[in-house]
Design a protein around this ligand. Sequence first.
Ligand code: FAD
Length: 152
Amino acid sequence: MDDRMFRSAMGKFATGVTVIASESNGETHGMTANAFMSVSLDPKLVLISVGSNAKMNKVIQESQKFTVNVLSGTQKEMSMIFAGQIKQEQEVDFGLFEGMPIIEDSLVSLACNVYDTHEAGDHTLYIGEVINLNLKDGEPLAFFEGKYKQVM
Ligand code: FAD
């Protein structure tokens, strides 16, 4: 099986869209990610998968903290900004939650401390222990077959 076929197969799994945010040395960095899952209730753990070449790795490794912001259907532009899909640099005002940067108006913002890290092929898996969360009502932004979708 070639890479394209594997990517197409994985794209058949419809997901929500998150922005991972973290801060180190006074600089806030965000990255769009859909490789996110809930792992454990006791303790409360979640998992994200970050490509080895992503700048986000260095930021999380330095801060040992990150937030996961589950985007609403009205936040497609946020996803595009933090995936580098909008080439022109945009100014984003982050909120602050538990001393960590968050994307305001997300459906959920989870504040996490790094609990464990695991290298897996060309990605690094970060398990985060959720220390607090923010919840809002709204419809999610979805991603399927490489395209954004609205969920009604
Ligand atoms: P960069 O490429 O340097 O940054 C990403 C973008 O965010 C840049 O355009 C940058 O200007 C902007 N940005 C960062 N911080 C700020 C700030 N403070 N203010 C304003 N703009 C800022 N990759 C994965 O590794 N794992 C995934 O699960 C994953 N899922 C994805 C899901 C979707 C739907 C999409 C579209 C992409 C996904 N990607 C994923 C790809 C990933 O989002 C991009 O490769 C991203 O560019 C990698 O970010 P980076 O940390 O290397 O930083």
